[in-house]
Design a protein around this ligand. Structure first.
Ligand code: GDP
Ligand code: GDP
Length: 455
């Protein structure tokens, strides 16, 4: 039935749009300057290229949501990362490694005007080993006369080169059709959840915060490299670790071990690994060095986990080194610098002494519980009704927009759709989110709230 001016199709459509689970991931890889970022902008229709005006967010954003022919997926732009710090070959190898581990399909971009270079050939070998579906994009084919350049790329052995001009949009539709054929409906990892495999934890944090120390401490002798288990050879970097009587899968722990040969560009490499680990995990344990000031890099890692929609636990490490003064300043810094995750459970640990290790699992379980919470529609609307009556939206231009009703469209993380009679201001949305959290918990999880306005 129509509710307050929304017809049922609007409502169902909005719920479906908001309620999708994890999306399949498409990685766009290739040498510098072949046109990866241009292509990503083309794929996402530039809609999302302008994101929040928080400093650091736009620049570091690497994952975008896209839609083609009614299907939604994520696109990872590896082009914006600081590739100058590495040699070209190391940087594309790192991208390819990312694509291998964290994506469900790959668009490999080659500059058709230049042709296949040795570096391109090296990437092809890496991609082939990975076994992920690859769509070959022959870019910079701006007109028919360049089609022959594209055809030369059959020599790469990746099948049909799709002639594209990312700059002008030529050929991108056909290429995206091929991408949809290559992409699975859902990311591979969700199948693991469906069959009730171990929960997946990404232990992340900037270099030297103590990730490998923590991993060694919690794992003790128990660690099992998943590679050694039958049938899991595709994932050589995940480890099964028993904590608190439960087996957990720590994803991408290879990224935690030191890479001695990669001294230059270690930050770039680390950010790739972090993005890959977050993509594969359900919950991110973000390790922060409590002995040092919270940095922009810490904040970027937090943003990555939040934007990916993962459950989040904050672990402040090296607690053994803190004096009273540092503890005082740390609390102030947490309030100002980590406000975006004020809802995350927090543990103060020392990987060195073992302090509070036993608190880690309960915090992870709390965050996962929040992440999976579902609020029945009746309870949600009783709550919204009271909220709107007690705290109406401010009057704007003689009108008072009102939230009419709402529903939870999905979990992991919780996604809500609110239906309103007019534009709901940002501040009021934040207020609603805060009250939702007060009422229903949601500890350790980002919330997605979208508002549909009756036309
Ligand atoms: P990335 O380093 O791989 O992300 O490459 P960019 O997207 O930054 O593009 C590198 C340069 O190639 C820029 O100057 C783009 O304008 C240009 N470019 C990208 N796609 C095309 C294309 O389809 N045709 C032409 N002629 N130039 C392009
Ligand atoms: P990663 O780069 O994040 O894996 O960090 P590591 O585990 O390699 O640790 C970096 C440095 O911090 C090493 O010298 C560790 O011994 C030290 N460290 C790690 N955890 C602690 C801790 O809880 N207390 C103290 N005092 N030092 C620690």
């Amino acid at each position: 039935a129509a509710e307050e001016g929304f017809d049922i199709e609007d409502v169902e459509g909005a719920i479906e749009a908001a309620g999708h689970g994890p999306l399949p991931v498409l990685a766009v890889v290739g040498r510098p300057n072949v046109g990866k970022s241009t292509l990503v902008n083309r794929i996402i229709g530039r809609r999302e290229a302008v994101v929040e005006d928080k400093p650091g967010v736009t620049r570091d954003r690497v994952t975008y949501e896209a839609e083609w022919a009614g299907r939604r997926f994520k696109v990872v732009d590896t082009g914006g990362w600081e590739q100058d710090v590495l040699g070209i070959d190391a940087s594309v190898a790192a991208q390819a490694e990312y694509a291998i581990e964290a994506s469900d399909a790959v668009v490999f971009v080659v500059d058709a005007k230049v042709g296949a270079t040795d570096t391109d050939e090296a990437v092809v070998r890496l991609l082939r080993k990975a076994g992920k579906p690859v769509v070959l994009c022959a870019n910079k084919v701006d007109g028919p006369s360049a089609e022959a350049d594209a055809a030369m790329l059959w020599s790469l052995g990746l099948g049909e080169p799709h002639p594209v001009s990312a700059l002008h949009g030529r050929g991108t539709g056909d290429m995206l059709d091929a991408v949809l054929e290559a992409l699975p409906e859902a990311p591979a990892q969700t199948f693991g959840t469906a069959v009730g495999g171990p929960r997946r934890i990404a232990l992340i944090g900037r270099p030297n915060v103590g990730k490998s120390s923590l991993l060694n401490k919690v794992a003790g002798e128990e660690r099992v490299v998943v590679n050694e288990l039958a049938g899991t050879t595709r994932d050589p970097v995940d480890e099964l670790i028993e904590l608190g009587g439960v087996t957990w899968k720590f994803v991408d722990t290879a990224g935690i071990r030191k890479r001695v040969h990669l001294q230059q560009g270690a930050d770039y490499y680390a950010s790739l690994r972090t993005a890959a680990a977050v993509e594969k995990a359900e919950v991110a344990v973000i390790l922060i060095d409590a002995s040092e000031s919270i940095s922009v890099q810490d904040q970027r890692i937090v943003t990555m986990a939040v934007e990916a929609g993962r459950a989040v636990v904050l672990a402040f490490n090296k607690w053994d080194t803190l004096d009273e003064e540092r503890r005082y300043y740390l609390e102030r810094e947490i309030e100002t610098e980590l406000a975006q995750v004020a809802w995350a459970p927090r543990v103060n640990v020392s990987a060195r002494t073992g302090r509070h290790m036993e608190k880690l699992v309960p915090a992870i379980e709390t965050a996962l519980a929040g992440w999976e919470t579902r609020v029945p529609t009746g309870r949600l609307n009783a709550f919204l009704g009271e909220l709107v009556a007690a705290h109406p939206h401010p009057v704007r231009g003689g009108k008072q927009p009102r939230i009419l009703f709402g529903t939870q469209a999905g979990t992991k993380p919780p996604r809500f759709v609110l239906f309103a009679s007019g534009f709901i201001e940002h501040g009021y949305r934040r207020f609603v989110e805060r009250r939702l959290r007060e009422e229903f918990g949601f500890e350790g999880t980002p919330l997605h709230i979208s508002v549909r306005v009756r036309e």
